[in-house]
Design a protein around this ligand. Structure first.
Ligand code: NDP
Length: 250
């Protein structure tokens, strides 16, 4: 029931494109307020404009933020207008995979950058919001994991390790918060056609497209619908995990 999202405030990391942007639009349709975070300001502003144009949308703030920058995360509240500081849902969506390389060939900087965003950034954002959620005795953390957090694949060791870390972290957090009204959800998508695939192949679009041969990938809106659905369950219902695949992916 999306009327439960009316007037709620949703903070989304990685909101400048793909799943994050689609999720922002869907929450806006339900009348939620939005805090949109990402590194690329121009792309982020475009999403913010599209969200503001949704009939019935609430207030919208777009703030440049790199989740892997601890100083930026620590100063986040200062960049958020007062009326949007009571966040109800944190969607930890920012993440990427860089390259398809065997363990011996992976560059140290790629190992670090994937862990810094996919794991350390997600942890920093969660710590920031959990403190606030505990004080206000409300809140919902929705982490975007992956099929890669369940099933490792050759050439994806580091990305899979980061998403396994997201899975472990999310499960532990849910159990730690069992005596509180705070909800914790992990959404694990299979293949979703976004810029993600192009970044994975370092800009090689034809290599990215080959991955989808013989199957119809999900679109960002498919995952956005699951995120919004999980957030709109009654307060006593916690959707712990959702594993969502294209029909021909196993
Ligand atoms: P996109 O590349 O389209 O979007 C990723 C978003 O994350 C962008 O908005 C990007 O914005 C942002 N981002 C990346 N690094 C940072 C950072 N350090 N700080 C803040 N924002 C950051 O990919 P998707 O929408 O597909 O991916 C979203 C999530 O879904 C990721 O966690 C991904 O791992 C997961 N996922 C995706 C799958 C797929 O097949 N597409 C499958 C399974 C999971 P900017 O560059 O402006 O910072």
């Amino acid at each position: 029931n999306s009327s439960r999202l009316l007037g709620k405030t949703i903070l989304i990391t990685g909101a400048s494109g793909g799943i994050g942007a689609a999720t922002a639009l869907l929450f806006a349709k339900a009348g939620s307020n939005l805090i949109l975070l990402a590194r690329r300001t121009e792309a982020l502003q475009k999403v913010a404009e599209a969200v503001r144009a949704v009939p019935g949308a609430g207030k919208v703030a777009a703030v440049q933020l790199d989740v892997s920058d601890k100083t930026q995360v620590a100063n986040l509240w200062k960049a958020i207008p007062n009326e949007l500081r009571n966040v109800d849902v944190l969607v930890n969506n920012a993440g990427f995979v860089l390259g398809v390389e065997r363990v011996g060939a992976i560059k140290e900087e790629d190992v670090e950058s994937m862990f810094q965003t996919n794991v350390f950034g997600l942890v920093s954002m969660t710590q920031l919001l959990i403190k606030d959620f505990k004080e206000r005795k409300t809140g919902h953390v929705i982490n975007i994991g992956s099929i890669a957090g369940r099933e490792p694949y050759a050439g994806g060791s580091i990305y899979c390790a980061t998403k396994h870390a997201v899975n472990a972290f999310t499960g532990a957090l849910m159990r730690e918060l069992v005596d509180t009204p705070i909800r914790v959800t992990e959404i694990q998508p299979g293949m979703v056609e976004t810029e993600f695939s192009i970044i994975r192949f370092r800009g090689d679009k034809s290599a990215a497209d080959k991955v989808y041969e013989g199957l119809q990938p999900l679109v960002a809106e498919d995952i956005a619908e699951e995120i919004v659905w999980a957030a709109s369950r009654p307060p006593h219902v916690n959707i712990a995990e959702l594993f969502v695949l294209p029909v021909n992916q196993a």
